[in-house]
Design a protein around this ligand. Sequence first.
Ligand code: SF4
Ligand code: SF4
Length: 336
Amino acid sequence: MAILEPVIGRTIKRKISTMSGKKLPFIAGHKLLYTCNLRCDMCPFWRRKDEKLLSLEEEIKMMDSLASAGVSFMGFEGGEPLLRNDLEDILKESHKRFHTSLVTNGWLLKGRASSISRYLDYLFVSIDGRKETHDKQRGVPSSFDHAIEGIKEAKKYVPVAMSTTITTNNMDDIKYVVNLAEELGIGVNIQVSYDYSTADKLSPDRKKLYDLLLDLKKMKEDGAPIVNSKEYFDTLVNSWYYGIPWACKPWSTVNIDPQGRIVMPCYVLNEYAGEKKVWEIDIKELWNTYDWKPYESCNKCSLSCYLEPSIFSWRKPSMVSERIFGSIADYIASIF
Ligand code: SF4
Ligand code: SF4
């Protein structure tokens, strides 16, 4: 049972510490690199020229610091993580310490699905719509076919969900994506695009999303495999159309750039301009001295990686069972 301590023990210890008003990160998001083999219109990362990667030893140093600060969930992303040849080694180290997930565009997935999945608790593959819509938005023909082939292979080994970003180009395809996920026997996580300063501006007019958000919530209630909580859709509807804001808690998530630097207060406002390397600072001290107050009322983005942990409540049984017990159960299942 000692191997269960990393996630369950830290989740309990963190809950006890935060009851006294302390802030601690719960989730880490780490960009392994910016380089990507696709060219998505809404993405600022493949355009960056400041790529400098951590070695495996540095990745381990980073993970140890995050584990000591109370992080239980690690999500790797990019760029395209499968472009790193040492990805399996990094995931192996992560899986010893954290509930581990990965986001990929799926182009290279089929051939490595088995080798990466043994160290993953959850895999997200980006799908934006029908083949034509997806390939156009992703900027490279056949992206859709590669991703679907990868999904079919990966779901043999690990729970898989599509990761879908709503933009002005694919609003009419979102229900198709949910139905496709159902057909493939996987989940789907949906979020609304954010307009980064260095990418194409594809975030849809919020007025046009009202019906879609309500429809997605209804689909979830009717059993569609939507990974977002019902509260995610309620929160967007309340804040965008009824003037009831949500309180952002960017401290729930610690984001780390490809050089191992912490990005504060969140990667949306900072656009991945990291400062100190994770292992050079005392994360617990930084988290409890940083002025988070101005960001509580921000509501600028609606990215599920920030919004979901911000609205999470131990008092809502459906959220606890979906977000915490479900994730820990996946972790336990992947160990045995
Ligand atoms: S696949 Fe991901 S990292 Fe690559 S260009 Fe698209 S959004 Fe950016
Ligand atoms: S709502 Fe604001 S502070 Fe919160 S994650 Fe989004 S941009 Fe950052």
